[in-house]
Design a protein around this ligand. Structure first.
Ligand code: SF4
Ligand code: SF4
Length: 80
């Protein structure tokens, strides 16, 4: 499933550059993940790079985007 950013985000910008899909941008109040671009880093990395760098631990699974590994890989391939 895609990931999402909670209101605990401190707008530090650390997660933007590591995202292989350019899925993270600054929103009006907090940073946001485009669920149609987030593959949980499937296709590019072994684990979600944004979660690794986020100092606020505010990146969590998005329950509205249940996806299998195969679906995440297909999403990745459609983006690149
Ligand atoms: S899990 Fe990976 S693809 Fe998804 S937003 Fe984080 S860095 Fe980007
Ligand atoms: S790394 Fe975490 S706290 Fe920093 S902008 Fe990204 S989601 Fe927000």
């Amino acid at each position: 499933m895609a990931l999402m950013i909670t209101e605990d985000c401190t707008n530090c910008d650390a997660c933007v550059e590591p995202c292989p899909n350019d899925a993270i941008t600054a929103g009006d109040d907090i940073y946001v993940i485009d669920a149609f671009k987030c593959t949980e880093c499937v296709g590019a990395e072994d684990e979600p790079q944004c979660m690794l760098v986020c100092p606020a631990d505010c990146i969590v699974p998005n329950p509205e985007f249940e996806e299998s590994e195969d679906e995440l890989m297909a999403k990745y391939e459609s983006l690149h």
